[in-house]
Write a protein that binds this ligand. Structure first.
Ligand code: UT7
Length: 325
């Protein structure tokens, strides 16, 4: 039976020019390249320049994705932008991006699910396409986490980076089977009883300040492996697939040890896992589209391959998506 599918037609990314190697942190806090590399897999990350905004990063990623798709910005009828580090409290970073792209029709909005932001954005965009609300959607994850770091807290400041990734989804006719290109299934979850293991200690209605990131790393780590594997399995199960069918896991890039343990739990060998955490650090909502774009450009992921993306972050919020590239 024919059905509408949200099919990826272009992907792109942008990383700010400034690259910060692990060793640079030794000047600010008691840490070492060896500790950061050994515990996280991170080797370097990018930091936005002064005055460089989340919407700027999103803009360059969007241009890269439009170029990859070979389409004009004017053909986009919706923008769904995941971020926890917006330019301003309002208007949305999505509408700022819309203006930068010269789009004055359709609709654009931000969505906030921290590191799970892209999984939430992709699921939302898929639903908008399936319900006929939009035909061609720019899905973006863009972050400037360097703005919410506590530079004296070695347990967090070495982990995060800035960047943006963009994916364009197009409404196309499919056959209704798992052979279709596009989003095949989604699984979203959250549990607010874990608000206090990963949060920012400021906000509009509480402190009227931006605040800095606080994390109980070990606690988040334990939840991450369990919840990512279980959400990945649920998403696959919904369409009668298993880890064996997956060509690539494209996971949230927070920690190489989490990525490896999750893949192992799902019986997927590391040769079939996209890893970019060494070069980007944890870029929150930007990490999955960044990884997708890098893997697309370097020829790892190919048309018609089956991908599983999964992410977890503050909330806790987590989820997984199965899509055929
Ligand atoms: O994207 C959102 C989801 N976030 C995540 O998935 C992050 C999840 N958590 C993690 O990735 C890891 O828990 C961390 C990388 C944050 C920490 O790794 P860990 O193996 O859990 O280390 P730990 O917190 O147990 O700390 C071990 C030791 C401690 O010292 P003591 O108490 O054993 O003396 C820390 O104080 O390492 C110390 N430590 C550091 N040492 C050098 C913590 N941070 C650093 C550092 N440099 N930067």
């Amino acid at each position: 039976m024919s059905t509408i599918r949200a099919v990826p037609i272009g992907v792109g990314h942008y990383l700010p020019k400034r690259v910060v190697e692990n060793a640079e942190f030794e000047q600010w806090v008691e840490t070492s390249d060896e500790w950061i590399r050994g515990r996280t897999g991170i080797e370097r990350r990018h930091f936005a320049a002064e005055g460089e905004l989340t919407s700027d990063l999103a803009y360059y990623a969007a241009i890269d994705a439009l170029d990859d798709a070979g389409i004009e910005a004017s053909t986009i009828d919706a923008i769904v932008l995941a971020t926890s580090t917006p330019d301003q409290t309002f208007p949305s970073t999505a509408t700022k991006l819309q203006a930068k792209l010269g789009i004055t029709v359709g609709f654009a909005f931000d969505l906030q699910a921290v590191c799970a932001g892209f999984a939430y954005a992709l699921t939302t965009a898929n639903s908008l396409i399936l319900s006929g609300q939009a035909k061609r959607i720019l899905v973006i994850g863009a972050e400037t986490f360097s703005r919410i770091m506590d530079w004296e807290d070695r347990t967090t400041c070495v982990l995060f980076g800035d960047g943006a990734g963009a994916l364009i989804l197009d409404a196309q006719e499919g056959s209704g089977t798992n052979d279709d290109r596009g989003v095949l299934s989604c699984d979203l979850n959250s549990d607010g009883t874990y608000n206090d293991i990963l949060y920012v200690d400021g906000g509009v209605s509480s402190t009227q300040t931006t605040g800095v990131l606080k994390m109980e790393g070990q606690e988040v780590f334990k939840h991450a492996v369990k919840k990512l594997a279980s959400s990945g399995e649920t998403a696959l199960d919904k369409v009668g697939l298993s880890g064996d069918d997956v060509d690539w896991i494209v996971p949230h890039q927070a920690n190489l040890r989490i990525i490896k343990s999750t893949a192992q739990k799902m019986n997927v060998p590391m040769e079939r896992v996209v890893v970019t955490v060494q070069d980007h650090g944890n870029t929150s909502a930007a990490s999955i589209p960044l990884a997708l774009s890098v893997a697309h450009k370097n020829g790892q992921i190919k048309k018609n391959q089956l991908l599983l993306t999964e992410a977890i972050g503050g909330g806790l919020a987590w989820g997984a998506i199965v899509l055929r590239w």
